[in-house]
Design a protein. Sequence first.
Length: 691
Amino acid sequence: MTVQGQWQLTVLGEPRLVAPDGRQVRCEGRTLAMLTYLALEGPTPRSRLAGLLWPDNTEAVSRNNLVQLLRRFAQSCRAELVHAQEPLALAPTVQVDLEPLLALPQSDQADGDVLDGTLLQGVSLDIPEFEEWLGAERERLDALRVRRLAQAAQHCENQGEWAAATRLIQRLLQLDPLSEDAWRRLMRLHYLSGDPAAALAAYGQCAEVLRADLQVEPLPETQALAADIARGGVLPAAMPPRPLVPVSVLRPPVLVGREDAWRRMEEAWAQGQLIFVSGEPGMGKTRLIADFAASKGRVLALEGRPGDDFAPFTATARNIRRILRANPGLELGSTVREVLSPLVPELGEAHAPRPQLDGRLLEAVGHVFGLGLRDVDVLTVDDMQYCDLATIEAGFLLFGSAFPLGGSSGIPHVICAHRSGEMTPDGEAFIRRQVAEGKAVLIELQALDEGFVRRLVDELAVPDLAALSPRLAQFTGGNPQFLLETVRHLIEKDGLRSVTGRLPLPPKVAEVLTRRLQGLSTGALQAARAAAVLQSDYTFDLVAEVLGAPLLTAADAWAELEAAHIMHGDRFSHDLVYEAVAAGMPAAVGRLLHRSAARVLSGHGVPAGRVARHWLSGGDPARAAPLLLEAAGEAAATGRLREADDLYSLAVSALTTTGDQEGVRQVQMLRATLNMTPAVLQGEPPLPPSV
């Protein structure tokens, strides 16, 4: 209940300010921005708030503007709702609707009383700095809601209140539809409620969302849960929610290392050029074009999707539907509807076959886009490499002839993003031609260097992460998406304080890399696998030997790997690629390559211990045992007693597998001669015989 004499500020949903007597006081623009900022950030220095609200003015002018704003607001309210001393702060008489959300305790919430509503819904100020802050706060509040809902659902499930828990998880999925944790929990809850059909339907929805938005399949644990439900098995106990990943990791507050690309986009925008942004997966193309477009006004965002190339005009049809949904009152006329009905059947009777790219169709498509783009400042097309050729040709004809864009032609500015090397030859040729004629610019995003990685890590503001910056730079090769996925994975696994060895491979990064590997020829993929098996021993010549391939054939495969950014010179482009190659290798292929590697390396003076491990991984312990004994003897002779003991232990396992009990007895006697001290004996156990 509102306390007598208290003002009510609503910032979730449609904003409003209500006086104690019930009258609604006008509150908009910079006044609303100021109150919202103070409500979320707390007491704030005048200089910071003035700079945020008037970023283009000098500090003196901005501070004067703030003084005038405070004076006018106090006069209109006939009350001091903002304490004007330094720092500025909301008066205690102002009650803000989001306070209960921010004040919820960290413990489980049985009632799940989590407030809905978008922060300052419908509010858009022409102040880039404030808009950036507002976007980050909206995401922070959504992440907070997700955590609270997950906690409440966990509490309800622990109490056996499955229906209540189900409702909470369904609300959570509205905020975070890509959370597989939430989808698995929903599947569990439906099953526990006695509705396996609903549980499997939830799995289907999960798979559909992941394919549409991320072009990936559900994780193995999600698939395993669906299989258990289909069999009617007993489900394992529910796992508690994973640690909350900070919003800064899900979406870094600033673009790091893209200042030059942004500058070039500004120059191209000023000249009305088509803007093409390309780069490897994970380089941040989508974020860059989205942020840049948002800074320019009203945006219509379109995209290509995997599978679009199975039928012509698939992407065109989807984009027409998107325009029609965004403009429900659009009048197309009977002729346009008739021409487009084979593409979009709901526009008329679809008896005709898929149309060819002729004048009538192009004119009809252009008519729809022209109507739909009347109030649009910039059109973005993401993942253009997935678009079917017919859609690409139609787009080139529509937008390629209008220069400069954003001018009298009526065609807005256009920004497209695509993966490097994945456009069709015709698409590549068009881009090159437009660039050569000065009508377009092509911006290739590169990996972040170590300095930019350090800046990005600092911006994430994750405790204990800064010390990992050099290793993250090396591990991810400066790929922003891979870096963020790695950090997210570490947080979810609670590994930031305990990372000592190789950083774990995040599942979603593995999916990205697996798709890249699937595009390789058989020869190139086998060369990458041979290099992964050889590890630090590999060279181009050794890879060719392991594969038993002629040098020229291996050279072609290596060139393909370099072109695909799997290899960079004589090494993997980054550790994530190696991890993905090794993780995706069939067991039978791995054993075959390990045995071949052992034979090849035996003739190249490679230490016995490394050759032995290849025989072990290749499934031939009999050949590994004598080499392990040789390596153990070398280690003991140089005083590396713990290593010697580890190698003898592996030799014992190998001989036991082959049934050589006499050999086992002799090795045990050798181990007894090491005279290891208690400190040495308490060392780490021997490594398993794996890559």
